[in-house]
Design a protein around this ligand. Structure first.
Ligand SMILES: Nc1ncnc2c1ncn2[C@@H]1O[C@H](COP(=O)(O)OP(=O)(O)OP(=O)(O)O)[C@@H](O)[C@H]1O
Length: 260
């Protein structure tokens, strides 16, 4: 069964199409990278999947949940999310492991009573993903890279079936970015690990862990296919509507505007 199935999905706001005629199927363990310029609709697409946005027309099924028919809260618990719009929701004085634990309740604060054992679960997850040095630290004092690592731990606490990363490397230095991509590689190796949906502006982040790429422009899927098929000068120049060069270094695709 497909993890995500969208048929003729439109998302309209203020009489404008934000997403138009989206047809997209994601199969289990098929990790996708989504490329698009600013305002192309990437975050809107992911918010549809998370039921933060509500489609205007079309059929949308995520993990067997049919939108408009089945209950949504159970679905949300199966989707992990890392991105700036989540990062901004936490109080700066929350302790790192408490923040990780909020993932269990899909909230930004710990509203319910929790035990030391619950916190130990959060700490053990932090150990697993290399975030142990952050135990006991205050969120507001962490660097961008440290915050991102914490959000990854938080997103994994419910063992999600889908993990969404929305510009997860923004603000990370070269090495923190490489570490994050390495973390993602480990996640793809987990038995019963989540399917990754990775939004980026940077083709060099589309590692061999991603089998599929979607090119999104002005709310429409221009093309989807394998990185090998799509990350070429011809396809990307057509997609960006500007000439670009593509250099492949150590299996990474570096795309630059072509000099005239
Ligand atoms: N709820 C909404 N109401 C009105 N307009 C919206 C709404 N959500 C998104 N938009 C508009 O839809 C367009 C796509 O926005 P979206 O955030 O999905 O783009 P994006 O590809 O993620 O962009 P970026 O790379 O800049 O984050 C933008 O022009 C945005 O202003």
């Amino acid at each position: 069964m497909a993890i995500i199935n969208m048929k003729n999905v439109d998302f309209v706001r203020n009489q404008q199409y934000i997403l138009k005629n989206i047809n997209w199927t994601v199969d289990k363990n098929e990790h996708w990278a989504i490329l698009g310029l600013n305002g192309s609709g990437k975050s809107s697409l992911l918010k549809l999947i998370m039921a933060e946005n509500w489609k205007t027309t079309g059929d949308l099924t995520v993990l067997g949940t049919r939108f408009g028919i089945d209950r949504i809260p159970e679905l949300r618990a199966k989707i992990g999310i890392v991105g700036s719009f989540i990062a901004e929701r936490f109080r700066p004085d929350i302790i790192a492991e408490n923040l990780v634990l909020t993932g269990r309740y899909n909230s930004s604060m710990l509203y319910r009573a929790f035990s030391e054992t619950d916190l130990d679960d959060a700490r053990s997850l932090m150990h697993q993903i290399g975030a142990a040095p952050l135990i006991g630290r205050i969120y507001g004092t962490l660097s961008q890279g440290e915050k991102q690592l914490l959000l990854i731990a938080r997103s994994l606490i419910l063992q999600p079936q889908i993990l969404i990363l929305d510009e997860a490397t923004s603000g990370l230095d070269l090495f923190a970015k490489a570490r994050l991509l390495e973390q993602l590689h480990h996640i793809t190796q987990l038995e019963n690990g989540p399917t990754l949906l990775y939004i980026t502006h940077h083709p060099d982040e589309i590692t061999p862990d991603f089998q599929k790429v979607m090119l999104l422009r002005q709310g429409q899927i221009v093309r989807s296919g394998t990185p090998h098929e799509l990350l070429t000068e011809t396809v990307l120049s057509d997609f960006y509507q500007m000439p670009v060069t593509v250099n492949i270094v150590n299996n990474s695709y570096f795309v630059l505007p072509k000099k005239s």
